[in-house]
Design a protein around this ligand. Structure first.
Ligand SMILES: [Zn+2]
Length: 333
């Protein structure tokens, strides 16, 4: 007997709670989380497949790419009146993100974690996104259609009529316009050129030092905060053990909030601790450019994070040899 597809009842109606977490899966994949990371998140939330098993990357991939999720038949044609969990456009995005690369092509069975593609990292998107849409200010995401060049783009808004009664958890309430996109290499190169020019200004070294001092101060603050937060969590957890039933709900809520805060603080700390290691050679254009070309992406990201608050990308103009700098507006720290 064919298994029920997640998101749909046996009669083909939507199952709202499953739709909600599949939407969240979609959001996380679109944010370039790896399948392994998404599966870990699902396990942590206690989600299981319709067969009652833990999700695996293989099952997740097959489910998310199942055409029925987007209201399509096996040929990819829309099925009249079919309910959808993701739109056909969103499915295209997932196809681009999840299409197996040659060496990890596995037609069936569970994919093991080693075949998971590397967590993709971009200069201007990811954990601390500085790329933003010049029209609607939404964070830019990287869209990488297979075999094409990656582009930064303002994510397309959900199509009219696809507004869901159960908006997915964690989805941004405000809508992106989807009207800005720019080749990733072109945008990254443009930003790098402006950043290096900025770093060659006479006062750059002093400025960078001040920025680093701010980060170091924030790290100290966060470490202190983390200690207090850990003690608080411990107290809540201890109280919870002997608390009367009437207090449990509130305490559990407090425990959850404290755990989340702890995670957020640790993430921010790890991020900042990486940033403070960066030390580009300033004052010598050639050395700086050579450093940039060889530097690991993490160092470049660190420098971007230090020096740049936001990179706004404006609409492109048609014409011969458009200048990418016309579209890039950088807010410096
Ligand atoms: Zn936009």
């Amino acid at each position: 007997m064919a298994r029920r597809l997640a998101g749909f009842s046996e009669d083909g109606d939507l199952v709202p709670e499953e739709v909600a977490y599949l939407r969240e899966v979609y959001s996380r994949l679109r944010a370039l989380q790896t399948r392994a990371a998404v599966v870990r998140w699902m396990a942590g939330e206690g989600f299981v497949t319709t067969a009652g098993n833990p999700w695996t990357t293989g099952v997740l991939t097959r489910t998310m790419l199942n055409p029925r999720l987007a209201g399509l038949d096996s040929e990819g044609n829309p099925i009249e009146g079919a309910p959808v969990v993701i739109t056909p456009e969103e499915r295209q995005e997932l196809l681009a993100l999840l299409a197996p690369s040659d060496e990890s092509a596995s037609t069936d069975g569970e994919q093991d974690e080693r075949s998971e593609p590397e967590e993709r990292e971009w200069l201007l998107a990811g954990p601390a996104t500085v790329g933003s849409c010049g029209l609607c200010a939404s964070p830019l995401t990287v869209f990488w259609a297979a075999a094409e060049k990656p582009i930064y783009r303002c994510p397309p808004p959900p199509p009219k009529g696809a507004e869901r009664e159960n908006p997915a958890v964690g989805e941004a309430p405000e809508q992106s316009c989807g009207r800005i996109s720019m080749s990733a290499p072109l945008l990254e190169r443009g930003v790098a050129e402006q950043l290096l020019a900025e770093l060659l200004r006479p006062e750059a070294a002093e400025h960078l030092e001040a920025l680093l001092a701010d980060v170091i101060a924030e790290i100290a603050r966060l470490r202190e905060h983390r200690k207090k937060a850990e003690r608080h969590l411990q107290r809540v957890t201890t109280t919870l053990r002997t608390a009367p039933d009437s207090m449990r709900a509130g305490l559990l809520e407090a425990q959850k909030a404290a755990q989340k805060e702890g995670r957020d603080t640790r993430t921010r700390l790890r991020y900042l601790e990486k940033i403070v290691d960066v030390s580009p050679p300033l004052g010598d254009a050639e050395a700086l450019v050579a450093w940039w070309e060889k530097a690991p992406l993490a160092s470049k990201r660190a420098l971007v994070a230090l020096e740049i608050i936001k990179v706004s990308v404006g609409p492109g103009r048609r014409g011969p040899n458009p200048n990418p700098h016309d579209r890039i507006d950088i807010a410096w720290s």
